[in-house]
Ligand binder design. Structure first.
Ligand SMILES: N[C@@H](CSCCS(N)(=O)=O)C(=O)O
Ligand SMILES: [Mn+2]
Ligand SMILES: [Mn+2]
Ligand SMILES: [Mn+2]
Length: 306
């Protein structure tokens, strides 16, 4: 674990369901910075990044892709920030916010750690291409851009195809479009769906996932955690909830096991959307998000127990 961790929270992405940009603010206001400091990390938080407001009139769809210019500019800025933090030997933590941001965070990580692998924890594969998306919501597409799949979109030409298909593995999938299933199959991308979690248990799934992308446990790990990977009863206030998700403990085990490797190089905690539920559900989801971050940063690892 790097001596420092740094907060980069990007509230300003255009999300199909408004409000996801407020997720980071709620987590910081819930005291996450102090909570991480108390774990022994030196936290550098330079405030919630504000991005020029590109209003919808100046950002018409490209094909059916929604808010393409805003999403692209925010993600490119995030890529620069995350890359700078990683190159300085710090651990970038990005609070989302729309999962489209992972185009930026993972681009940043790979610019600093070309050998890094990605653990993508999500109910969804987020691998639709500009050709396959039905919704035009870019939060369902970041992985395809990072790998370089589908017809290129000029607005996103800054995203270089740096992510190898054998360096990403999914945990928690249960809502994957037919086109995405074909993309995963054709590209031999490894995925442990909720079926495998039920079948093998989360401990074995995490071990198998790491064996696939990090067999010698010598590659930096970028953990991109979408809270909708958790069951909606655990994290209700999120944009695309899907029943039959990870339990509270399964979600935390993933973070703890990656923390235990000592290889965590970057963390995204995404899709907390405080505008979608009653206050108690929002507080619950924000608290779970904060708890997952803490567990990825070693809250539950007690060296004496090794
Ligand atoms: N596959 C669907 C849903 S994508 C859900 C995106 S997220 N980031 O997992 O909430 C689509 O492409 O719109
Ligand atoms: Mn979203
Ligand atoms: Mn996602
Ligand atoms: Mn999701």
């Amino acid at each position: 674990m790097a001596a420092n961790s740094k907060f980069i929270s990007e509230p300003k992405t255009a999300a199909p369901r408004l409000g996801v940009d407020k997720g980071p603010i709620h987590m910081v206001e819930a005291g996450l910075i102090d909570q991480i400091t108390e774990l022994g990390w030196k936290v550098k938080f330079d405030g919630h990044h504000q991005f020029e407001d590109i209003n919808a009139e100046n950002d018409p769809p490209i094909g059916i892709l929604k808010n393409p210019r805003l999403v692209s500019r925010v993600c490119e800025a995030v890529a620069t920030s995350v890359g700078d933090v990683a190159r300085a030997g710090q651990l970038p933590i990005t609070l989302g916010g729309d999962h489209s941001l992972a185009m930026g965070t993972i681009s940043g990580t790979l610019s600093a750690h070309p050998e890094a692998c990605v653990i993508w924890v999500d109910a969804h594969a987020d691998i639709n291409t500009a050709d396959s998306t039905d919704s035009g919501n870019i939060h369902g597409m970041p992985v395809s851009f990072l790998i370089g799949l589908g017809t290129p979109v000029a607005e996103f030409s800054w995203v270089k195809p740096l992510l190898r298909t054998d360096r990403i593995v999914y945990i928690g999938l249960r809502d994957v479009d037919a086109a995405e299933k074909r993309i995963l199959r054709e590209n031999n991308i490894k995925a442990f769906s909720m079926h495998e979690v039920d079948k093998y248990g989360i401990g074995k799934v995490v071990e198998l996932a790491l064996d696939h992308v990090n067999p010698n446990r010598d590659r930096p790990i970028h953990l991109s955690f979408d809270v909708d990977a958790l069951d909606p009863s655990v994290a209700p206030s999120t944009g695309t909830p899907v029943r039959g998700g990870l339990t509270f403990r399964e979600g935390h085990y993933i973070c703890e096991a990656i923390s235990e490797t000592g290889l965590l190089a970057a963390l995204d905690l995404m899709e907390v959307n405080p505008s979608l539920a009653d206050e108690a559900s929002v507080l619950q989801t924000v608290a779970v998000g904060c708890s997952l971050v803490r567990s990825a940063l070693g809250q539950y690892i007690f060296p004496t127990m090794k």
